[in-house]
Design a protein around this ligand. Structure first.
Ligand SMILES: *Cc1c(COP(=O)(O)O)cnc(C)c1O
Length: 431
């Protein structure tokens, strides 16, 4: 019973800054940004005030047939912030819905485009990709765990090999394997160009796959190939957006402008559920016409563009500028690299992957052979429990320990998080 009690999830009652407090008053450092969404900390005075001020006006009105000042203002601010050409904003309320909107937009766009209308029903996505948990988003996602129960119910998509080199097929070198991954992009897109409604990618980093970091140039290559073959590129920035990779959006690092961008998680600073799917005039204009033409995009969620969420998002964007959050994230990125250096020779650490303030530490039974721990050992979960003893909240993905300190976290807390994590890994792997 004792062990069971220790495994029970803490009941979090309140938070302050970068700390969470459970009902017994125990304090934990939030090492995963409350599942990758918190940006400036919790109970941030400016965001609290913005939400309260909106609450004094109205908590929710619909965007179906009506508009609201915060949703209008936020759309304007987002369009200024995202890569050029993306200037039409469609709100929803979760990362998965932002992806659903992107997929449906692309299919309907091809059917209604005025230059070369046609039926395109296929999507391309990358091995191990995660785009959310709804049927459409799992159809382009690539995880057995998420698919198994729904075999036969998902729509078809084509898979590209993920361009990462930790475990490459026998007979390949890192160089030859990456070359293969790059070549596959053009081969697959060319082969299916007439039926591809879109190509969806997590720019730079595949988050839920275990912080798999793509090599420089991959995103740009995907952009060039998709442009060449007239296939819309959907950038799913749900995890990487809002500072996680070092820039406000990951696409900036390769100077890529996608045709559709999906935003959620960090958009409200991690306060409230809100999402945006942003696209180009080109795609938007395929939906314009007289009512009888039936070009409307029939998609809307009840809480789409919720004013409280939009108010929080506006306050969060202000804080990015006022507090130089991207500079802080860059310093934290250096701290993480420096502190985690000592894991490079750890016998049970296969690889430490990092982009900006996103960290994936892959635990293995044997460092040289890369042999994983037996799944039933639940090594990653043991790290969670060991970290909890050290007053830190971390949540691994399988045996990959994820650290995702909020971009605005002070450097000393980032160091604290790293040290507690290293001790926890030692404890969990030596038992
Ligand atoms: C988390 C995530 C999603 C899904 O977002 P939800 O808000 O949980 O629906 C989609 N894409 C990526 C890349 C994500 O990391």
């Amino acid at each position: 019973m004792q062990a069971f009690a220790a495994e029970q999830a803490p009941v979090i009652e309140r938070a302050e800054g970068f700390f969470l407090f459970d009902v017994d008053g125990r304090r934990y450092l939030d090492g995963i940004s409350s599942l990758w969404c918190n940006v400036h900390g919790h109970r941030v005075p400016e965001i609290d005030a913005a939400v309260r001020a909106q609450l004094d006006r109205v908590a929710h009105t619909t965007l179906l047939g009506l508009r609201s000042p915060p949703s209008i203002e936020l759309a304007r601010r987002l369009v200024e912030a995202v890569p050029r050409g993306l200037n039409r904003v469609f709100y929803s309320d979760a990362g998965a819905t932002a992806v659903e909107v992107a997929l449906k937009l692309c299919v309907q766009y091809h059917a209604q485009r005025r230059d070369r209308p046609g039926q395109r029903r296929l999507f391309a996505s990358v091995g191990g990709a995660y785009h959310g948990d709804t049927f459409g988003s799992i159809s382009v996602g690539r995880s057995d765990h998420f698919h198994r129960a729904f075999a036969g119910m998902l729509f078809d998509s084509v898979a590209l090999p993920s361009p990462v080199t930790y475990r490459i097929p026998a007979g390949e070198t890192e160089e030859s394997y990456l070359q293969f991954c790059f070549d596959e992009v053009e081969r697959v897109v060319a082969q299916h160009a007439h039926e591809l409604a879109g190509f969806i990618v997590e720019p730079l980093v595949q988050g839920a796959a275990g912080i798999l970091v793509h090599p420089l140039g991959y995103l740009k290559h995907v952009r060039e190939v998709t442009r060449k073959y007239d296939v819309p590129l959907i950038a799913d920035e749900v995890a990487v957006g809002f500072g996680r990779t070092g820039t406000l959006f990951a696409c900036e690092q390769e100077d890529v402008a996608p045709d559709v961008m999906c935003l959620a998680k960090g958009i409200t600073g991690g306060y409230l559920p809100l999402a945006a799917t942003i696209t180009t005039d080109e795609i938007y204009s395929a939906f314009l016409g007289e009512p009888h033409e039936g070009r409307t995009f029939f998609h809307g969620h009840t809480y789409t563009g919720n004013p409280l969420g939009c108010a929080a998002a506006l306050a969060s964007l202000d804080l990015f500028e006022r507090n130089n959050v991207l500079d802080n994230a860059a310093r934290n990125s250096d701290i993480l690299r420096e502190e985690l250096q000592q894991l490079a020779r750890h016998p049970h650490v296969g690889e430490v992957r990092q982009k900006g303030v996103m960290i994936g530490i892959e635990l293995v039974e044997d460092r040289d052979s890369k042999q994983p721990f037996p799944a039933e050992r639940r090594t990653g979960h043991r790290v969670t429990l060991a970290a909890r003893k050290r007053d830190c909240i971390v949540r691994p993905l399988g045996d990959v320990v994820i650290l995702m300190p909020a971009p605005a976290m002070p450097g000393d807390l980032v160091r604290e998080l790293c040290r507690a994590t290293i001790e926890s890994i030692d404890e969990a792997t030596s038992l």
